[in-house]
Design a protein around this ligand. Structure first.
Ligand code: AVI
Length: 340
């Protein structure tokens, strides 16, 4: 029995079959509920909704659609870089690595990495960490397609999952965090997150992070204002979610999607704009929200980086830089670091 099971009694192990198991914390942690968070963030002076709330079933489906609209370059660009990594990453790895993914990921990207893990290893271990149980669904197809793969899902926050992994065993981990999801953290939360990754890694472990780069403002703004209006639907969907789950009466016709690039802070800022003076009741948050015409509700930051900033940030946390890969247009980056 491994350390995690002997010492870490906080997780329950579910064995689906010999190639698929997952761990889930026994007790849900003391985190604020959706209703409480909305009450405090929409009830304050500068109104906001945390971007983690975008991803209900509908929101996750809309995000998938965003990834293939022509203006949203990050997904296809990162995939093109991952294709190069199929030959360029293996020299950094040996037989002993397992693949750990933060987020259960788009299977296209995960597969590009699993392709070379499974072709060079007798048995490949894949550990997705995701708060949503969706990872148990996407696992079946992977197991069908890769016969020498075993999957251990950790259904928890990234931080919780990384802590779990720290005491799990001595096998080396390649931890991947793709899609520039890191860009959605505030700088302070992002730094704390990287410290957590670093502190839970063992010497010799590797971390691969995908980050979007600073570029021409028009390219950035079009990516978040696509002509098909999918990003607008994605943004507005969070209000439908609040209506459904918190018993609220947002009228979506009274809001519009608004996304701009803030050059100074190097980030796309996404808002929902109130199109009228209005008042909304969010019953389960015990909130009556008053909005003026043109008032903004902040929903997301998506930070963009310069290469030197990425290297400085990772260096500050203590990581050792191994390599950065870019696409031809230098729109997106993948950086590999280690803990020594
Ligand atoms: C998930 N995340 C990296 C996306 C981004 O680009 O910041 C979310 C997104 N929001 C609007 N379009 C895509």
């Amino acid at each position: 029995m491994n350390n995690a099971l002997q010492e870490n009694k906080k997780y329950k192990k579910f064995v689906v079959d010999s190639r698929l198991q997952y761990f889930k914390p026994h007790a849900t942690k003391i985190e604020k509920t959706f209703a409480e968070e909305i009450s405090s963030t929409l009830g304050s002076n500068s109104k906001s909704i945390h971007p983690k709330f975008f991803y209900d079933n509908k929101g996750s489906e809309l995000f998938k659609q965003i990834c293939s609209v022509s203006e949203y370059y990050p997904t296809r660009t990162e995939i093109s870089i991952l294709q190069k990594l199929q030959t360029e990453l293996p020299p950094f790895l040996d037989e002993d690595f397992r693949l750990v993914e933060l987020g259960s990921g788009s299977s296209v990207k995960t597969r590009l990495i699993l392709d070379f893990f499974t072709s060079s290893q007798k048995n490949t271990e894949y550990f997705p960490i995701d708060i949503s149980e969706i990872l148990t669904e996407s696992s079946e197809e992977l197991l069908n397609d890769y016969k020498n793969l075993t999957i251990t899902g950790i259904i928890d926050t990234y931080e919780g999952g990384l802590e779990f992994l720290k005491t799990y065993d001595d096998k080396k981990n390649l931890i991947i965090f793709l899609g520039s999801s890191f860009g959605n953290f505030s700088p302070i939360d992002g730094y704390k997150f990287l410290e957590k990754v670093y502190s839970t890694m063992k010497p010799g472990d590797l971390f691969l992070i995908g980050l979007d780069l600073v570029k021409d403002k028009t390219i950035l703004e079009s990516a978040y204002n696509d002509s098909e209006g999918i990003t607008a639907k994605f943004n507005l969907n969070v209000l439908s979610r609040i209506n459904d789950e918190l018993d609220a009466d947002f009228d979506l016709k009274n809001f519009s999607h608004y996304a701009i690039y803030n050059e100074k802070d190097q980030r796309i800022e996404m808002y929902l704009k109130s199109l009228a003076d209005q008042s909304i009741v969010v019953s389960k948050s015990d909130l009556e929200l008053k909005l003026q015409k043109d008032e903004l509700i902040h929903t997301e930051y998506s930070h963009k980086y310069r290469l030197s900033q990425i290297h400085d940030l990772l260096d500050d946390v203590g990581f050792e830089l191994k390599h950065t890969w870019l696409d031809d247009k230098k729109h997106f980056s993948l950086t590999l670091v280690s803990k020594n």
